[in-house]
Every structure is written in structure tokens, then in C-alpha cells.
Write a protein that binds this ligand. Structure first.
Ligand code: ZN
Length: 472
């Protein structure tokens, strides 16, 4: 048996003091099972969940199968981060405490113009994936330049990913215009058509960077190749006002009239909606990805997730990038989604713990169109499992493990992560990725970028000058 086989016996039995399945036959919050089962175990066979029963019962039935019991741990479905820009982890802490437009135009875009490359995306992507795995994320969605680099990384590491290739009219490091971005993206979609881990989708950046013509083309092609569409929408009041000035309608109305909204459409941020907007989203079955930390940090606006859910709209959660959050820990995001909803409504009962966990698991899987595959610990689904160790002072005593997962800092207590039955984190240590090398590369990038940071250099480069620099 090789070292890798020893790490990944299949079949295997994984048991723990508690298990929360999040199981739902119809994929809905109202029917999902968030009850806590004690001394329960999962039989993993061929990377899938073959049985769920008490640990004693499974060990008795399958005495020959490798079994482990995690005392004081809770098993739950792997978390799903439905929106981010992984490579931007290299810009974590680069520019804080600024409103969105200043943050983007004066800090982030110039830095990207100067530093972006496939190597930047590889290093930042590796850093992000390491952080996500260590905090219990087993599926992530990404929208960034050089999508082929992050797709290849996800595939080789074995983390589930939806990679949406960026489409915008203006030239950028990856594509000259929207047309070329779509062509390159379609080729990438073809390349990963049969991947077990990676699904390629369209990432029209936002209504203010993509023309009507491109939106129509994307809608038609997405239908044709059966791919998801993810875009930023209604992030700020400024975006909505500018759209009304330019098009005589809100971005949401514009997209609806262009036919972009459908079950394959994932809308990120979605602040400032009225009842009619919610009706439109419900009728078209588009999903919403709420990024509470990013919205809070950039003071962008509030996404009323309770009202969206009441209208029957599927809501998932995302971290957004580490440059606007600044953490990719989904436990932190789901906690803040619950707290923010309570604060905003003045109602402590709004978004209870199980609802927050649902949005980060099955709600995320539904949004990405992969709820048949992952999102709950259900028979036949992929063994995407996380164990959180509650044996620490910040999580004791344990009256309710679900409450502990949502309202404490559970991300730092993640101890084991399996994706398709393969162990990615074992006893808090990353498997199959050399974390020291990843951290060393990140620090090298930090030194390069910091050397040219406006805060440390007064002779900042113009946008054009910066674009012409070649990386070593
Ligand atoms: Zn974003």
C-alpha cells in the first residue's frame, strides 16, 4: 500500500460524536435535516456516501473495513463558497477601509495592471485553496483572469470548483475584448467537460463592464453548452443610479429584458431590491450569492436574504476575495450572514443557525447546480465531509453542536476534510500541498508588490506604464 493509499483507504468508516447531515430529498431548506445525530458514522465507498448509521452498527456490519472515530468532533457537509477571486489573496490587506469605487479604481485595478500574470494567479490561487481547505470549504466558485490556471490547480489538488471565466468589454491581461474572452472560455469549457472536479462557466463581470450584445451572446451560448453564468449585480447604489442614467432602467431590469435571468444565473451581492425585483428573480429562478463580509467592509449595501428566501429564491453564500473580506473562512461568512440579518431586521429570530449552515452547504450546491453531487451528507452523494473538533475552550460546553458551528469561530477548529472520500486535511494538516512552499511564494509576491505600493513609494507608475512591465 502506498502512502497515499494509507491516507485514503476506500472503503472506510468515519464516525464522530455528532453528525449533521443537512440532508433534503428536494434540496430545500424547509425539508433539510439539521438535527444532530450522536455517535453516527458514514461508510465511504468509491468516494461516495454508501451508508449512514450509528458507528457501532456500521462497525458490526463491516468489521473488515478501516474505521476511525473522532471523539468530540462533529461531522458536517463540506462548505461551499459560491463567490470569490482566489488569486486576489495576494492582495489581502493591500488596501483597506475604502469605498468600492475608490478601492477598485485607485488601488486594486492599478495593482492588477502591474502584477497580474499566470504565476500571480497560480500562487494566489494556491494560497486561497490552502486557506479554504483548512477552514472546511470543499467547493468554491471563482471568477478571475487566467481561469485556466485556477482550473488546473483545482483539478490537480482535487477540490471541487466552478470556474467562471471573466468577460468584459475592455482589454485586459487575459483577453482583448469580450469576444476573445468568450472564445477562450468556451475552449476551456470544452477541455473540462468531463472533469470530476471542475465546471467551467461564464463570468460576465458586471452590468457596467459588459454590453447588451455580449450579455445576449453569453445567454445563448450558456444555454447551448449547458454552463452556469455568474455576475456581480446591484453591488452599490452608484451602480444602480448609473444604469438608470445610461439605460433608463436598473441593472436587474436590464438583465431581465435581455433574457439573462434563468436557473443557470447566479447573481452576486444583489443589494437594494424592491418587491417587484424579488418577484422577477423568483419567476426566473435565478439564484443569489450573498457576500456579507465584503458588503460590510466596502459599505456597499445590504442584501435582504430573509426577504429573498421568503420569495422562494435560492440564496447561497460567498466570501468574495481576500482583498475585500479579508478571510476566505466560510464559517466566518455564515456567522456574519446570520448576525447581519438579525441586526438589519431587528429580529433575533431571523436567519437561525440551521438556515445559515444551509446557505453554506445545500443552498450553495443548488446555486451551483451540483446538489445531486454534494451539499449534504446524503446517501449516494460524494463524500465531501468536514470534521470540526469541539474539544477546545472556545467551544465548550456543548449544549448544541449546530450552535457551536455557526456562532463560534468554527473555521479554526476544522480538523479533517475529505473530498470525494480523499483526505485533504488530516488532523489540521494540509495533505498533497506543500504549505511551506505556498507561504514562501506568497511572501515573495508580497515583497515585490510592497516595493511598489503607493504607500511606500511616492513615484507611483501610471496605468499604462504599469501594464508594460514584464514580470521576472
Ligand atoms: Zn466579487
Amino acid at each position: 500500500m502506498t502512502a497515499i493509499d494509507a491516507q485514503n483507504p476506500d472503503p472506510r468508516i468515519i464516525g464522530a460524536s455528532w453528525l449533521i447531515s443537512g440532508d433534503s430529498s428536494d434540496g430545500n431548506l424547509s425539508t433539510a435535516d439539521f438535527s444532530v445525530h450522536s455517535d453516527t458514522a458514514i461508510l465511504v465507498r468509491n468516494g461516495s456516501i454508501a451508508a449512514v448509521d450509528t458507528f457501532a452498527a456500521l462497525c458490526q456490519e463491516f468489521p473488515q473495513i478501516h474505521a476511525q472515530f473522532l471523539e468530540g468532533h462533529v461531522l458536517l457537509p463540506g462548505l461551499i463558497n459560491c463567490h470569490g477571486h482566489a488569486a486576489m489573496s495576494l492582495l489581502r490587506g493591500y488596501a483597506d477601509d475604502l469605498p468600492l469605487q475608490n478601492w477598485l479604481q485607485e488601488q486594486i485595478w492599478p495593482a492588477e495592471a502591474q502584477w497580474l500574470s499566470a504565476d500571480f494567479v497560480h500562487c494566489g490561487g494556491e494560497l486561497a485553496i490552502a486557506e479554504m481547505l483548512l477552514s472546511g470549504t470543499t467547493t468554491f466558485s471563482d471568477m478571475y483572469f487566467y481561469p485556466e490556471t485556477i482550473a488546473q490547480l483545482a483539478e490537480s489538488i482535487g477540490i471541487r470548483a466552478q470556474i467562471t471565466f471573466p468577460v468584459m468589454e475592455m482589454p485586459n491581461v487575459w483577453a482583448e475584448d469580450a469576444q476573445q474572452a468568450i472564445d477562450k472560455g468556451l475552449a476551456l469549457h470544452d477541455q473540462y467537460r468531463y472533469s470530476d472536479y471542475v465546471n467551467i462557466g461564464f463570468g460576465p463581470h458586471a452590468p457596467y463592464t459588459v454590453s447588451d450584445k455580449s450579455f445576449e451572446r453569453i445567454t445563448m451560448l450558456a444555454e447551448e453548452v449547458d454552463a452556469p453564468i455568474q455576475l456581480h449585480l446591484h453591488e452599490t447604489t452608484v451602480e444602480i443610479e448609473q444604469s438608470i442614467n445610461a439605460f433608463g432602467k436598473t441593472p436587474l431590469q436590464r438583465l431581465h429584458q435581455l433574457g439573462v435571468l434563468s436557473p443557470r444565473t447566479q447573481l452576486v451581492h444583489v443589494t437594494q431590491l424592491n418587491d417587484q425585483d424579488r418577484l422577477t428573480l423568483a419567476q426566473t429562478n435565478a439564484s443569489v450569492v450573498h457576500c456579507p463580509n465584503s458588503n460590510l467592509k466596502l459599505a456597499s449595501g445590504y442584501c435582504d436574504i430573509a426577504a429573498l428566501q421568503q420569495a422562494g429564491i435560492c440564496v447561497a453564500l460567498g466570501t468574495d476575495s481576500a482583498a475585500s473580506n479579508n478571510t476566505l473562512d466560510m464559517f466566518d461568512t455564515l456567522r456574519n450572514a446570520a448576525l447581519l440579518a438579525k441586526h438589519h431586521s431587528g429580529n433575533a429570530q431571523q436567519i437561525p443557525a440551521h438556515n445559515a449552515l444551509y446557505m453554506a452547504t445545500l443552498g450553495g450546491a443548488k446555486t451551483l447546480g451540483i446538489d445531486h453531487l454534494t451539499g449534504s451528507l446524503s446517501l449516494g452523494k460524494s463524500a465531501d465531509i468536514v470534521s470540526v473538533d469541539l474539544n477546545n475552550p472556545a467551544m465548550q460546553p456543548v449544549y448544541n453542536p449546530l450552535s457551536q458551528l455557526v456562532y463560534t469561530q468554527a473555521g479554526s477548529a476544522v480538523r479533517n476534510v475529505w473530498i470525494a472520500g480523499k483526505q485533504k486535511v488530516a488532523d489540521g494538516k494540509l495533505m498533497g500541498l506543500n504549505l511551506n512552499n505556498t507561504l514562501r511564494s506568497a511572501r515573495q509576491w508580497q515583497h515585490r508588490i510592497a516595493g511598489n505600493h503607493p504607500a511606500t513609494h511616492t513615484d507611483t507608475l501610471s496605468h499604462n506604464q504599469a501594464s508594460s512591465i514584464e514580470l521576472s
